[in-house]
Design a protein around this ligand. Structure first.
Ligand SMILES: *[C@@H]1O[C@H](CO)[C@@H](O)[C@H](O)[C@H]1NC(C)=O
Ligand SMILES: *[C@@H]1O[C@H](CO)[C@@H](O)[C@H](O)[C@H]1NC(C)=O
Length: 396
């Protein structure tokens, strides 16, 4: 794959462009929850990823973009809210890369832990050499030297960027759990995954990153693939309120707790850096608990695109393959293809992060007060958590 990266790099150049009031660009690492096209470039063209074909992309882009959804992802909504262009995939530079306002290294199917770890565990992973460490090395060794040959420019680029580290780690658990590893052995992986994330964060801080947003895992017990794989007639395994698999949601919470503990530590060690935890779990829990309230009238647990079964998931025939059908209106579903969410669901999560209370601390803290002619980052009047910021002022 390195040959193609080298060709693409020729197109990279640094120049100045329109920027948002808060951040000049977005730098992203992660997996399919944030992949805006990288996995297409990493896959041999005779076996393209499913996201390279319809119905992927049908809602917003009206064509497949490599995004693993019917439309925009959380990262797209963040970019839109910041007034920045959608973040280009690093490996997609053949489409004319301009990375001044962002670059995305996220690759669908990738893991936080390295390939060598999975080889030792006897676990098959989808794409070779695209783990979080690999993404970081593309950034350091391939991207930065071309994009900003002068080190102080690089530092400035990182300082003025919103750096997204994840979601990442979800696939580590997907591979292990869905390939039959015992729950105990998967539990033992969690601290390793969190360590891999924190190593990456520390590297990025060294390079000059100032504001890093680190998402946790989704409530995976609500994902149709897991509900199908671990289906049981024993009702005690299910959360009676949501119908989600309780033990898997507790597992996701366990990852999120360890991750937050680690983030707190990094924050203490780096008081001048902003480490923001993005609570995907609870942002998503809103619509798993009350799907109707958010317009998901088809329920939260049945995939839009699939081929039957109680959750519309059949491992033998996944979304995009023959024998699979797509629902009429994806916005009535939380789940797009059984593992990824619809644009509608991602939009709600993004809203929860950008305008709601699902980042710690609130993202709005890092945006300078808008100047008279700049658009404000967030409509403060509708934001509950930002009221905390007004403590001590005379706001009434
Ligand atoms: C992944 O990287 C390892 C170590 O650099 C290398 O030996 C291997 O060939 C690579 N695999 C692929 C499929 O590129
Ligand atoms: C259901 O699972 C619980 C443990 O989660 C177990 O104690 C109980 O015996 C199971 N019930 C049946 C009918 O298998």
């Amino acid at each position: 794959m390195n040959y193609s990266i080298a060709i693409f790099l020729i197109l990279i150049s640094a120049s100045n462009q329109a920027s948002s009031a808060c951040f000049k660009s977005i730098i992203s690492f992660g997996d399919s929850l944030a992949d805006t096209g990288n996995s297409i470039s990493l896959t041999p063209s005779n076996t393209p990823p499913r996201s390279a074909a319809p119905p992927y992309g049908e809602t917003f882009f009206h064509c497949p973009t490599g995004r693993w959804s019917d439309g925009r992802l959380v990262i797209d909504f963040i970019a839109e809210t910041l007034g920045l262009p959608l973040v280009q995939p690093f490996l997609g530079l053949s489409r004319g890369g301009d990375f001044n306002s962002g670059v995305n290294f996220a690759v669908a199917g990738c893991t936080a832990l390295r390939d060598s770890f999975w080889a030792e565990e006897g676990i098959q992973i989808d794409l070779a050499n695209a783990s979080l460490a690999a993404q970081l090395s593309w950034f350091k060794e391939l991207f930065l030297p071309k994009f900003c040959p002068i080190p102080s420019d690089c530092k400035n680029f990182l300082e003025t960027s919103l750096v997204l580290v994840g979601e990442i780690g979800g696939n580590d658990y997907n591979y292990a759990l869905l390939q039959g590893k015992s729950f105990q052995s998967v539990l033992a992986i969690v601290p390793k995954v969190v360590k891999a994330i924190s190593l990456t964060i520390n590297e990025l801080i060294k390079l000059g990153a100032k504001t890093l947003v680190v998402p946790g895992n989704l409530p995976i017990g609500c994902l149709p693939v897991y509900l199908t794989y671990f289906i049981t007639s024993n009702r005690t395994y299910y959360d009676p309120e949501t119908g989600c698999l309780d033990w898997l949601n507790k597992f996701a919470c366990h990852h999120n707790e360890l991750l937050q503990t680690e983030l707190d530590l990094i924050q203490k060690q780096n008081p001048s850096i902003n480490i923001v935890y993005a609570d995907y779990y609870n942002a998503a829990m809103q619509f798993y608990q009350f799907p109707q309230k958010y317009g998901f009238t088809e329920g939260a647990l049945i995939a839009c695109c699939g081929s039957g079964g109680p959750y519309n998931v059949d491992h033998a025939s996944t979304c995009g393959s023959e024998g699979c059908s797509t629902c009429e209106d994806p916005s009535l579903h939380v789940s797009w293809d059984g593992i990824h969410l619809t644009e509608a669901a991602y939009g709600l999560i993004a809203d929860g992060l950008l305008r709601g209370s699902f980042t710690i601390p609130p993202l709005s803290v890092f945006c300078a007060p808008p100047s008279s002619n700049a658009a404000p980052f967030i409509p403060l009047a509708t934001e509950t958590r930002t009221s905390d910021l007004l403590v001590g002022s005379e706001a009434s």
